[in-house]
Design a protein around this ligand. Structure first.
Ligand SMILES: [Zn+2]
Length: 478
């Protein structure tokens, strides 16, 4: 079989988290009673006029600035005409010819180093409503919920520069991280505020001409994006190596069966008859306005990762995890103000705190353990006041009660056993009770040291100072 390479471009729709819709005053909130957030404007009644929501335009610009785009001082809204039951006006307002952002890029960290993926453009548009297909007694009926109709979207189009399903997933994850930093969207794939279509083609390695591309839709998680593209690359490579062809078409990802299925071919593609929407003014932005929005952009993940590695000595992997959400990075740096132990605090956040965050599906600032408490806890352990094992107990108690580490240590009468005499006593009794292991240790089986440390820790009910236990054991066993 010939070797093929994949050429992948992503079109990502992101719902902007404005309070109201893009051209009317209806709430844009997710999850309300169906058809409770509608009005004559977003229902497309004759004689109504759309008015652009300023916050939506601001957020589109913020997204563009965070992604290194050229913000266009002049952009135009167009009508994209097509008929579908979830589209009340029978056209969608979008930006075809003069989008709000051009260019831009996103760096992804592949296993083989960093790659820059260029963006083509970002344009603004309105969302469509949502069809709900009946089940059971309602089977055969379809319902339409217009709450989502006219919720603001941006569509972020990448150049076809991704070369594998893995890279596509990394790109999407990084895009989500950056957009969450600038707080323009929660980018929740399950709730549909981040949606991705993929254009995939393959070509023999060395070939410079592009192959026929297929558009894949209906992927609802990072994992399904990766799986769908993997499937599609394999399907197209197989067809071509058997002398067949790839048809230009749109295919739907079937997550349960793990395959893509044809939806419509491009031969009878829609003619959308785009033209400028006569009801809306062109969107004009001044330099001052763009500068004002630029000043709202926080330090972004790439720069913050570099700083965490340089300033705090973290590994690339640890820094990656801590900057993957702005809140994690903020929490970390707040904790460091109380106790400057960059690695110690990073470890506690990554191992213990993020477990609670994930198990309970909470924000990192909502766990009941403020940054100061983690810092205090690490300080108590590092000073030797309590042992690491006791630290975990204090942590669990703090999660349960919200009390500070100091209060818990005081209430429980915790302290680390660092009394030499007492430790010698425990060590000697442990050695006396295990003559065989003692003999083996003396004959060179040094890995048995861990066995003895475990026994001493158990005997002291976790209170013994581990470093002292190690030293005393080594000394006594020799
Ligand atoms: Zn409305």
């Amino acid at each position: 079989m010939k070797e093929f390479e994949a050429v992948i471009g992503l079109e990502v729709h992101v719902q902007l988290n404005t309070a109201s819709k893009i051209f009317c005053a209806c709430s844009a909130e997710f999850g309300a009673e169906p058809n409770s957030h509608v009005c004559p404007v977003c229902m497309g009644f004759p004689g109504t006029l759309p008015v652009l929501n300023k916050a939506a335009a601001d957020k589109a610009v913020q997204a563009g600035l965070a992604l290194g785009c050229n913000i266009q001082k002049f952009s135009i809204f167009d009508r994209k005409s097509y008929f579908y039951p979830d589209l009340p006006k029978a056209y969608q307002i979008t930006q075809m010819f003069y989008p709000i952002c051009l260019g831009g890029f996103l760096n992804i960290d592949t296993g083989n180093g960093e790659r820059r993926i260029n963006l083509t453009r970002i344009h603004m548009e309105e969302d469509a409503g949502k069809l709900i297909h009946g089940e059971g007694e309602a089977a055969g009926y379809s319902y339409v919920d217009f709450n989502r109709a006219s919720v603001p979207l941006i569509e972020i189009v990448s150049e076809p520069e991704l070369r594998s399903a893995e890279e596509a997933k990394l790109y999407l994850q990084k895009l989500r991280t950056v957009l969450r930093y600038v707080k323009v969207s929660d980018c929740n794939m399950e709730e549909g505020s981040l949606r991705c279509d993929a254009n995939v083609s393959v070509r023999p390695i060395g070939e410079t001409k592009l192959g026929t591309k297929v558009e894949i839709k209906n992927m609802n998680s990072f994992r399904s994006v990766q799986r769908a593209i993997e499937y599609e690359i394999a399907r197209q490579s197989e067809a071509l190596s058997e002398g067949g062809i790839v048809r230009q078409e749109t295919r739907l990802w079937d997550n349960d069966r793990g395959i893509t299925l044809p939806m419509r071919s491009k031969e009878n593609a829609h003619d959308y008859r785009y033209f400028p929407d006569p009801d809306l003014f062109p969107l004009k932005l001044t330099d001052e306005k763009i500068e004002r929005l630029r000043r709202t952009i926080p330090e972004l993940p790439d720069s913050r990762k570099g700083r965490f590695m340089g300033e705090y000595g973290l590994s690339a992997q640890d820094a990656d995890l801590l900057v993957s959400e702005k809140d994690y990075a903020d929490y970390y740096e707040t904790a460091l103000k109380t106790h400057k132990s960059p690695k110690g605090i990073a470890n506690w956040i990554m191992s213990e705190l993020l477990r609670v965050v994930n198990d309970k599906n909470l924000g990192i600032f909502e766990t009941g353990i403020p940054p100061e408490s983690i810092a205090k806890l690490v300080a108590l352990i590092e000073s030797g006041a309590i042992s690491g094992k006791q630290g975990k107990e204090v942590f669990a108690e703090a999660v349960k009660t919200g009390k500070t580490p100091d209060a818990i240590v005081r209430e429980k009468g915790m302290s680390q056993l660092s009394d030499k005499g007492e430790l010698y006593g425990i060590v000697e009794s442990v050695i006396r009770e295990n003559p065989n292991e003692t003999e083996r240790f003396k004959n060179g089986e040094e890995k048995l040291l861990g066995f003895f440390v475990g026994l001493v820790m158990k005997e002291s009910r976790g209170k013994a100072n581990p470093k002292m236990v190690n030293d005393i054991l080594k000394e006594t066993l020799k």
